[in-house]
Ligand binder design. Sequence first.
Ligand SMILES: Cc1ncc(COP(=O)(O)O)c(C=O)c1O
Length: 405
Amino acid sequence: MSTSEKKPVDLFEKCWTFTRADEIKAAGYYPYFRPIEENEGPEVQIEGRHMVMAGSNNYLGLTSDPRVKQAAIKAVEKYGTGCSGSRYLTGTLDLHIQLEEKLAYFFHKEACLLYSTGYQTAQGIIPTLVQKGEYIISDRDNHACIVAGNLMAKGAFAEFVRFKHNDMKDLERLLSSLPIEKPKLIASDGVFSTTGTIADLPNLVALAKKFNARVMIDDAHATGVVGKGGRGTASHFGLEKEVDMTMGTFSKTFASLGGFVVGDKPVINYLKHTAPALIFSASPTPASVAAALAALDILEKEPERIKRLIANADKMRKGFNDMGFKVIDGQTGIVPVIIGDDLNTFVFWRALFDAGVFVNAFISPGVPQGMQMLRTSYMATHEDRHLNKILETFGSIGKKLGVIN
Ligand SMILES: Cc1ncc(COP(=O)(O)O)c(C=O)c1O
């Protein structure tokens, strides 16, 4: 058959035949895109129902803090609602510079650069720094934004290789097989977003040193949660000097929207002048930056919030464990309860929703088969009454569905 005789396939064919989401909706189990109508942190209103929120990354509970809200309102009054330009041209406010300086100081690094989201930060840094013939070496379970950066770098003829999740033996095997003289970047989440596991940074940085590699850590779930005063994974292990770049987001602890990277001045200066994700995208809005600045200020002044967050998560880990649930152990604000298959995860999720508890349902292929989970996450502002309600509700549903005895 010649090319002209072949039946043309419409690009949108895949969209018309995509029925998975509708099937789950029809069954009544669809957990995604549920509109929140009111949000007070631990308590929210969803579809007219008052619920306890146990699925947010609002770790320090600052999205509803009056000081953070006021800072955002003031910034809108002073600077307007948007910057209408990239940082490179008309989108730099004094607020952006202030936040960059404060974050660099907070993380004990020379300089900082803001991006419009955390996703854009990783996706922007990696292909800018890792060029043709150079190596990006990535943990298999890294966040999608690192994966996006890796693939962009690969598209521009960088070498992209992955090691088994948090497996330093595999990383060593991989590094020892690569040419020592070639420039390399090892990228890893500091705290892995699905499980809350902390990266084995001491071994990772030792291997980086041995095999001529730089290190970038994504601390989206670590900032304000682990490390001295919430300074993240490098600080948690006392390795702030050894980690070359820490990146993060304002969408979690910082109660806002935007991303950042801290590192040495020449590296930040290079990214500032060469990263397309920065140069060709509008800068974070005045309200976003002001909210993040206020949140950073509160984080520094009220470190007891971190203690409360960790105590809350520890209480939940113990509570789930005591009831017989399978829980991934950890030291962060993330407490995943393993259910083990897609349908049971959805059924459990729906029963929690109906009983007034909101969590996140993670199914395959987002997580490996057998690891389907209800990912719960906590805030410093959860009170015992919220946590007890979550535990009691999990307990009674878990028994009813035969997940626990
Ligand atoms: C590990 C990790 N990195 C980056 C991001 C992206 O951050 P943002 O929400 O600012 O795009 C997230 C958010 O989901 C994350 O979990």
